[in-house]
Design a protein around this ligand. Sequence first.
Ligand code: GLC
Ligand code: MG
Length: 498
Amino acid sequence: MDGAREPWWSDATIYQIYPRSFQDSDGDGEGDLAGIVQRLEHVAALGADAVWLSPIYPSPMADGGYDVADYEGVRPTFGTLADADALIAAAHRLGLKVVFDAVPCHTSIEHPWFVERPEFYTWSDRDGPQNNWRSTFGGGAWARDPHGRGWYLHSFYPEQPDLDWRNPEVAEAFGAALRFWLARGVDGFRLDALDRLLKDPERRDDRVRDASSSPVLPEDDAGYAQLEHDRSRNAPDIGTAIAQLRAAAGDAFLVGEVYLRSEQLAPYLDALDTAFSFELFQAPWTAGAVRGALAAAAALGDGRAAWVLSNHDFPRLPNRVGAANVRAAALLLLSLPGTAFVFQGDEIGMADGQGRGPGAEPDDRHGRDRHRHPMVWDASPQGGFTSGTPWLPVNDPGGVNVADQERDPGSILRLYRDLIALRRTALRGPLALLADRAPGVVAFTRGDDHVVALNLGDAPAAAPAAGTVLRHTHDLARSDSAAPGTLAPGEGFVAVRS
Ligand code: GLC
Ligand code: MG
């Protein structure tokens, strides 16, 4: 390419680490930064280009660390600033970039700013809620200030007061935090809850959903699902706030978490490198829905959508698409052009767990513990995660674990490795959906040479004409032979035209 080097994130694979649940190094039952360093080889061997770490900052952990009490520190349970420096250096030595999680929408209620800089936050103009806005996690979005200064806005838990991005000093203070980490070697940021940064300046009520547009409504008529959330987020001038984040981050990689349809992402993409396609993430596992989401994201331009099928907020892949489809889901994710994100544990087919167990108080009040169980490294009683008592039980270590799958050429782990290797070396060029394919099948080409096909249906279906298999979802013996004419449910392949 005429000397113009592609940025590192184009077509990259980024591995999401949930630090609390990756590897414990000191026996306290919680994962930590030194533990992550011990396991980076696993990520490098997978072929990933980068790691994204969910928040590691000081936090009262009302929202698993997404309630940040100091943007420029490390939560002691995770380690120290020196440990963060060591992790960044160790990753770089292995050729891995490091992406941190940046949480600009809100701080923890225990952040010193909440007391010292009340003008950084979003206050009601009256002694009570200013409008009908609801918190994502249930209940009204306004709470009475424990310090007696009125009512503040919280788009998420009450322990997470929303910053006011209409105050230029907020952008300045937050930008300083981004630069703090960039100076320590971080290569980019995943930006949390971006559609919440700017709300309607007049703070009008969110519109109530039209019954015709959403037939099934929860009985609670004040519930979150009843509102369009058209005024409590995604203000028309949202791009100005995103541009301030870009100005602070220079040319570092920025991926946005934006819960909007693909066609609404343009103002975000003006300043970001990419934004997650939640349309694909939330699409039901059917050929029609997946094709629709791919087409909508492709309309943004190749590589503008980042692909993700799993993270710490939603049911894991076996629970969402079905255990029989996790291989096809990997094939889809890792064959798409643009940045793709793999959540820790997906590479071994980890399923949701039980959370803390019956009767125990959950860590996350919104019910997400099940998706956050510790990584299972081997078949030992604590799965190699900790020598102590894990903060969430380790799921059935004798079931799926890294060590067993390392030894098994037919494992999901080996499939992830092979697909990531193909992604790096062979799969190039734009995606074009193949119109001519059987019902239940999603098929597309990458560039002129490669064909990807998978069966999302529940009946065998004809495969498109495809040439020679490079990797089949299930059967290694099919490599280098002619692509199959029929795909069983959950089956798929990458092939090269002969
Ligand atoms: C994002 C995070 C989620 C968190 C929320 C509020 O959606 O992924 O875990 O609860 O933002 O910060
Ligand atoms: Mg620990």
